[in-house]
Design a protein around this ligand. Structure first.
Ligand code: PLP
Length: 381
């Protein structure tokens, strides 16, 4: 199977983990602090707080931002369910903002009153947070797809237009810890709240004795291990290379599908001027998606759909929204398919995928007229 995404591990990564195994610390220790410092430097944020995974990091961001039962959180429906679940973890209500046909990110011009926004950089293309029609008290970037991406305001993660940015280090993401996540912020208060939250809510009170700590708020054990942090630190050195390889493969897809008659195929939006895409995913729109999916899967090509819109999950039925409220999301979802894209994808494998996709879409009777929502970005590439 050629997977849609996969990790890229070398001997340096293995040596970094083995070195931790020979030392004194296994769980959160000096390697976590070093990894946090390296992430903060890389994304040009003042603070980075590591978590056990990206979902825990999103939960931490909600809690540190003071979001609770009386609050309303908006996010993109075209995302992994954790983007919305994080609001549910703290008891907040959830709403969705339809996506922009030019970016497939939530449309910042349609963001209305809410207490917090979870802005997802879908596929690794940054959402333009300078264009928010409404700026809530807490803005969280779900940048789980976008480590290594840039906007004209600098690297994603510098929180130029947000309070906190969340990254994931799951094996399919830009770099991996096995499992892992981080929140970056420029606020010392938020960083302190995040550290307390990931460690049971414990706060040391040395004035009462070296052993003494107090728990004044509910926290969790969301710590990253030193084993995972050492892997992440070693992987981070290769981030620029990984993102460059993803961009080169994405350009190759665009060129191949443009040069060869790939009728009906709509490509993922490409980045505008001054924007660097992290290309976590290379999604396309096809007609008759189910047949194309089955045909590619039968050839051991691990295409996937990112994502079933979050409001379609039964757990969000109580939001009372209907798919009819999100026409652009529904249109994109109806044809959506992620093609394999990762640094270990060989050119020969990519050529095999390109041939198979072209053959599969040519087997489709319906015309491209069903994809008429003006995705000019795909043609501009
Ligand atoms: C991967 C991902 C997450 C969750 O990250 P985990 O580390 O798997 O918990 C959250 N949001 C988005 C958009 C993701 O892609």
């Amino acid at each position: 199977m050629i997977p849609y995404g996969r990790q890229s591990i070398d001997e340096d990564d293995i040596a970094a983990v083995v070195e931790v195994l020979r030392g004194d610390w296994l769980t959160q220790g000096p390697a976590v602090s070093e990894f946090e410092a390296a992430i903060a430097t890389r994304v040009e944020a003042r603070f980075a707080v590591a978590f056990a995974n990206g979902t825990a990091a999103l939960h931490g961001a909600m809690a540190a931002g003071g979001i609770g039962t009386q609050h309303r959180v908006l996010t993109s429906p075209l995302s992994f369910v954790a983007s919305a679940n994080s609001a549910r973890y703290v008891g907040a209500s959830v709403g969705f903002v339809d996506i922009d046909p030019e970016t497939w990110n939530l449309d910042p011009r349609q963001v209305g009153p809410c207490d917090a926004l979870v802005a997802v950089h879908y596929a690794g293309l940054p959402v333009d947070l300078s264009a928010l029609a409404f700026r809530p008290r807490v803005v969280i970037e779900d940048a789980c797809h976008a480590l290594g991406a840039r906007t004209p305001d600098g690297p994603v993660g510098n929180c130029a237009h947000s309070d906190m940015t969340v990254f994931s280090f799951h094996p399919v993401k830009s770099i991996t810890c096995g499992e892992g996540g981080v929140v970056t912020t420029n606020s010392a208060e938020l960083a302190a709240a995040l550290r307390t939250f990931r460690n049971h809510g414990m706060v040391a009170k040395p004035q009462y004795g070296g052993w003494y700590y107090e728990v004044a708020s509910l926290g969790f054990n969301y710590r990253l291990t030193d084993l995972q942090a050492a892997l992440g630190r070693s992987q981070l050195e290769k981030l620029s290379t990984f993102v460059a390889m993803r961009n080169a493969l994405a350009d190759r897809y665009r060129r191949a599908f443009r040069e060869r008659e790939a009728g009906g195929l709509v490509l993922a939006p490409s980045p505008g001027l001054g924007v660097k895409h992290a290309y976590h995913l290379f999604p396309v729109l096809v007609s008759d998606r189910r047949r194309v999916y089955e045909s590619l899967r039968a050839q051991d090509i691990g295409v996937q759909v990112h994502y079933v819109p979050i409001y379609r999950h039964p757990i969000y039925a109580d939001t009372g929204v209907s798919p009819l409220d999100f026409p652009i999301t529904e249109h994109v979802y109806s044809g959506l398919l992620s093609l394999p894209l990762h640094p270990t994808l060989a050119r020969s494998e990519q050529d095999f995928v390109i041939d198979a996709v072209i053959e599969a879409v040519h087997g489709t009777n319906s015309s491209s007229a069903s994809h008429d929502h003006g995705n000019d970005a795909a043609h501009a590439a």
